[in-house]
Write a protein that binds this ligand. Structure first.
Ligand code: GRF
Length: 203
C-alpha cells in the first residue's frame, strides 16, 4: 500500500516507519511515497530526502483556514496515489471533511496511554498526575482528537526524577516499535475500522 506521512518536526517516528518499510524481512506491506511537512527546514524532511522519498512543504500559515490547508494536502496525497496516511508528530488539527474522507485510512501516534492524557501536553500532564506508568498509543484518527479506535499500545515506566524531556525520549523508543506494528496491521488488512468506529480483526 502507498503511504503518505505528515510531520511537523524531528521525524524520529518517520524514521522508524522508513526503516521498517524498507526492511523487506518485516513484511509491512507498505511503501512511503510522500512526506508532507507544515514546517520548512525540519529534520524530518532531511530524513525523507536521505531515504529518497518525495517531500512537500505545505505551510499552514499560507492558507486562510484549516479547510483550504487540508485541501492542499489532500491534492498532493491524491496526486501521489496515497492510500494510507500516517500522522507522525504532525501538530495540526485536521478538519472534519479531510478526516471523514480518509476515515479508516489515517492513523496517529500519541505519546500516552489513551484515553488518558489527550492533547498536546501528554507528558507534562502524566507527570502532574503522578502516574507510575505511561506509554504510547497508535490509533485511527477521528474528528474528535485522540479518540479513535486503538490499534497498538506500549507501556513505559515513569521514574521518580523524570522530566518532560527524559520521559519523552523513553516513550519515543516505544513509539518507534508500536507505529510500524500498527502500520503493518492496517496495510496487510489484518485490522480495519468498521462503520461504527470499532476495530475489526480479520482472523
Ligand atoms: C512524538 O512523541 C509523537 O507522539 C508526538 O510528537 C512527537 C513527534 O516526534 N505527537 P518525532 O517528530 O516523530 O520525533
Amino acid at each position: 500500500r502507498r503511504v503518505g506521512v505528515l510531520i511537523s518536526g524531528s521525524g524520529t517516528n518517520l524514521q522508524a516507519l522508513i526503516d521498517a518499510t524498507q526492511d523487506r524481512t518485516q513484511h509491512i506491506g507498505a511503501e512511503i511515497v510522500l512526506v508532507i511537512s507544515n514546517k520548512p527546514d525540519v529534520e524530518g524532511l532531511r530524513r525523507a530526502q536521505k531515504a529518497g522519498i518525495k517531500t512537500k512543504v505545505i505551510k499552514h500559515v499560507d492558507f486562510p483556514n484549516r479547510e483550504t490547508f487540508d485541501q492542499a494536502m489532500d491534492a498532493e496525497l491524491e496526486a501521489a496515489g496515497v492510500e494510507i496516511i500516517c500522522l507522525a508528530g504532525f501538530m495540526r488539527i485536521l478538519s472534519e471533511p479531510f478526516v471523514k474522507k480518509w476515515r479508516g485510512a489515517i492513523i496517529n501516534v500519541h505519546p500516552a496511554l489513551l484515553p488518558s492524557f489527550k492533547g498536546a501536553h501528554a507528558h507534562k500532564d502524566a507527570l502532574a498526575a503522578g502516574v507510575r506508568v505511561t506509554g504510547c498509543t497508535v490509533h485511527f484518527v477521528e474528528v474528535d482528537i485522540d479518540s479513535g479506535a486503538i490499534i497498538e499500545q506500549e507501556v513505559v515506566p515513569v521514574l521518580h526524577n523524570d522530566t518532560v524531556e527524559i520521559l519523552q525520549e523513553r516513550v519515543k523508543v516505544a513509539e518507534h516499535r508500536a507505529f510500524p506494528r500498527a502500520l503493518r496491521r492496517l496495510a496487510t488488512g489484518e485490522i480495519r475500522l468498521n462503520e461504527n468506529g470499532i476495530l475489526e480483526w480479520n482472523h
